[in-house]
Design a protein around this ligand. Structure first.
Ligand code: SAH
Length: 361
C-alpha cells in the first residue's frame, strides 16, 4: 500500500517525476515541464501550463514548500546577504550569499543544528534538531536566487550542520542542483566542508563527483584537536589525513584545509610548524604530490564559547611558517563582518527571542 505521508515535490528527481506522471496517467513530458519551473521557485499553483487537473493531482500527492525569508541582512561593506530561512515545520536555518567578481556564491546549511560539538561553533550549541531534506537543501539556493533576482553560480556547504552526517540527502541534493534543466550548477562549483567523518569521506570518494572537499582541521595534533573537536576522538588526525590522501589519489581533486585560529589554543608558531610537518609528511610522498592549501580563519567570537581570535601578528606569523614549508596559506577575508555573517549566530538569536516570548521554534 502507498504510504499516506506526502512526498516533498522539491526533493524529486526528473526520473522520479516521470515515473509519477506515468503512474498518474499523465504523459511523461509533463515531468519535463514541471521540473524546471520547480527549480525556478514556482509552486504547483503557479504552473498554469500544467492544467488544473494535474495541478490538483500534484497537490494531493506532494507537499511543496520553499524556505521563507524570515530575516534578510545586507552588509553595507561588501554586499554580503544573510538569510534566516523558515522551514515548513517552524525550524529555521541560515544561508549567506557572497558577491565575488566571478559570480554569486551561496553558503547553505545542511542540518537544523549540529551534533558534532566543536567547541568554538555557534551551530552546535543546541545540538542537532533534524536533517534537512534534499528539497530543503535545494530550496535555500532557489529561494535566495529568486529573492535576489540573480543567478547563483557557486555553492559551499559550510553553513549550519555537518553535511556528511546527512549523507543521503546531501548526495541527492548534489545530483538535483547539477541537473541541466534545473539550476545546472557544475560539481566543480560546489564545495563541501566536513569536520572529518572518515567513513563518509571514504564513501564520497566512490561517488565520482568532482566537487571540492574542504576539511575543517583546526589543529595539527590529537591533543589540541580533541580539545576543540570531539570528532577527533573517533577519527584522529592521522586517520583523517590518511582519508584525505586516499581521496586525492582516487579522485585527483585537491582538498583544502580550514584552520580557525583561536588565541592561545592553536595559533602558536609551534602549532604552525607541526601543521606543516604533518601535512607534508602525510600528503606529499614520493609518488603523489598533493597541492596543499590552508585557509586561515580568525575565529568568530561567539559569546557562549569565550574563545578569542588571534592577533594580526600571530596570524601573519602562522601563515609565514606554512609558506616557508611550501604550503599555500591564505587568510580568509571576512565578508559581511557587519552582519555577523558566520553561520549559526542568527538562528541562535532567533531562538533566544522566541524563548523570551515563550514560543518554541
Ligand atoms: N560541519 C562542517 C561545515 C560547517 S562549519 C565543518 O565542520 O566543516 C563551516 C566552517 O566554519 C568549519 O570550518 C567550522 O569549523 C568553521 N567555524 C565554525 N564556527 C566558527 C567560528 N566561531 N569561527 C570561525 N570558524 C568557525
Amino acid at each position: 500500500m502507498e504510504s499516506d505521508v506526502k512526498k516533498e515535490l522539491l526533493s524529486q528527481s526528473p526520473a522520479e517525476l516521470q515515473a509519477w506522471m506515468i503512474a498518474a496517467g499523465e504523459p511523461k513530458y509533463r515531468a519535463d515541464q514541471l521540473f524546471p519551473q520547480l527549480h525556478r521557485g514556482l509552486s504547483p499553483d503557479d504552473m498554469t501550463n500544467l492544467g488544473k487537473k494535474l495541478q490538483q493531482k500534484l497537490k494531493e500527492s506532494f507537499v511543496w514548500h520553499l524556505p521563507v525569508v524570515e530575516q534578510k541582512l545586507i552588509s553595507a561593506i561588501d554586499g554580503t546577504v544573510k538569510y534566516l530561512f523558515g522551514l515548513s515545520d517552524g525550524n529555521c536555518v541560515e544561508s549567506v550569499v557572497m558577491r565575488y567578481e566571478h559570480g554569486n556564491t551561496i553558503c547553505i546549511s545542511s542540518q537544523v543544528g549540529c551534533r558534532m560539538g566543536c567547541k568554538f561553533c555557534a551551530s552546535t550549541i543546541g545540538g542537532r534538531v533534524r536533517d534537512l531534506t534534499a528539497g530543503e537543501l535545494l530550496g535555500q539556493v532557489i529561494a535566495a536566487q529568486k529573492d535576489l533576482g540573480e543567478r547563483i553560480s557557486n555553492i559551499v556547504m559550510m553553513g549550519i550542520g555537518e553535511p556528511l552526517d546527512n549523507y543521503d540527502n546531501v548526495l541527492k541534493f548534489l545530483h538535483l542542483v547539477n541537473c541541466e534543466t534545473g539550476l545546472n550548477i557544475g560539481y566543480r562549483h560546489i564545495s563541501l566542508s566536513t569536520c572529518g567523518l572518515v567513513d563518509k569521506i571514504e564513501r564520497l570518494m566512490g561517488e565520482n563527483l568532482p566537487i571540492t572537499l574542504s576539511i575543517s582541521l583546526h589543529a595539527p595534533d590529537d591533543e589540541t584537536r580533541s580539545a576543540i573537536m570531539p570528532i577527533n576522538n573517533k577519527w584522529n588526525v592521522d586517520a583523517l589525513l590518511d582519508a584525505c590522501r586516499a581521496y586525492f589519489v582516487r579522485t585527483g581533486r585537491r582538498i583544502s584545509f580550514e584552520y580557525t585560529l583561536i588565541a592561545g589554543k592553536n595559533d602558536s608558531v609551534e602549532n604552525a610548524q607541526q601543521l606543516a610537518r604533518v601535512l607534508n609528511a602525510k600528503l606529499r610522498s614520493r609518488t603523489e604530490t598533493m597541492p596543499i592549501h590552508v585557509n586561515l580563519i580568525p575565529v568568530n567570537e561567539v559569546s557562549e564559547t569565550g574563545f578569542r581570535h588571534s592577533s594580526k601578528q600571530a596570524i601573519a606569523a602562522f601563515a609565514r611558517v606554512l609558506e616557508s614549508k611550501g604550503i599555500r596559506a591564505t587568510v580568509r577575508r571576512r565578508l559581511g563582518s557587519d552582519i555577523n555573517a558566520s553561520c549559526g549566530q542568527l538562528r541562535r538569536a532567533a531562538m533566544k527571542d522566541a524563548d523570551s516570548v515563550g514560543t518554541l521554534l
